[in-house]
Write a protein that binds this ligand. Structure first.
Ligand SMILES: C[S@@+](CC[C@H](N)C(=O)[O-])C[C@H]1O[C@@H](n2cnc3c(N)ncnc32)[C@H](O)[C@@H]1O
Length: 200
């Protein structure tokens, strides 16, 4: 089963799988971000809509057209505008030297996709632009509170250091925290949190 088919099916009902409220790490740190913002694997729009409500210009990318249609419905219901593009991050090439921030919330990808994409993400940031990322860590594999079951898709501090060699970390930590994000992610979880800056 292809990723596109899998995710369109997962999103094919009226509820919001990860809720309609933003990821809490993003909500806490959003004041650091400037636009335009590229949001990877945006899903049903909870994070893009939140950022748009803070005045940021947001482009959300996701492989699932169903998810992004729901994202636009959420934006409309909140009276904000977001931009979206249906694209596979395995081939997506973001505009170079263009984004004030790249946001990656639970955008779990196989290493083969990350290793192609992340150098483009470094290039897509403007000088002093930030990446803000939260992902389940490898320690999440033993838990049942959500996330992929493939070790390769889960992150560690060391993977982030290796995969974004040209960014200056501002925050890089693995923590356990309670997550309440709809039926998709709920309970005690092991996550990696990362904020890093492109050198000016
Ligand atoms: C766990 S959900 C997270 C959604 C959203 N970031 C959130 O926090 O609510 C993972 C998302 O990744 C998207 N996705 C998976 N593989 C992808 C790919 N190769 N390219 C683009 N999006 C992908 C899925 O469609 C899904 O929306």
């Amino acid at each position: 089963m292809g990723e596109e088919f899998f995710w369109n099916k997962r999103y094919a009902n009226s509820n919001y799988v990860y809720g309609t409220e933003p990821n809490s790490f993003l909500a806490e740190q959003c004041h650091l971000l400037s636009g335009p913002v590229l949001s990877l694997s945006e899903g049903e729009g909870r994070n893009a809509v939140f950022m748009a409500a803070q005045g940021l210009d947001v482009l959300g990318v996701d492989i699932s057209q169903v998810a992004l249609e729901k994202a636009h419905q959420l934006a409309k219901s909140r009276g904000v505008e977001i931009r979206t593009v249906v694209a596979d991050l395995a081939t997506f090439v973001p505009e170079e030297n263009h984004y004030g921030a790249v946001v990656s919330i639970s955008a779990h990808l196989p290493s083969a996709i990350r290793h192609r994409l992340y150098p483009f993400i470094e290039r897509a940031l403007k000088p002093n632009g930030l990446i803000l990322l939260e992902a389940y860590s490898e320690n999440q594999l033993a838990k049942n509170s959500g996330g992929p079951k493939q070790l390769d898709m889960l992150m560690t501090v060391a993977k982030l250091q290796r995969e974004f060699p040209n960014l200056e970390p501002i925050l890089l930590q693995e923590i356990e925290r309670e997550v309440f994000e709809g039926e998709g992610h709920t309970g005690l979880a092991s996550v990696v949190q990362y904020i890093a800056r492109k050198k000016g």
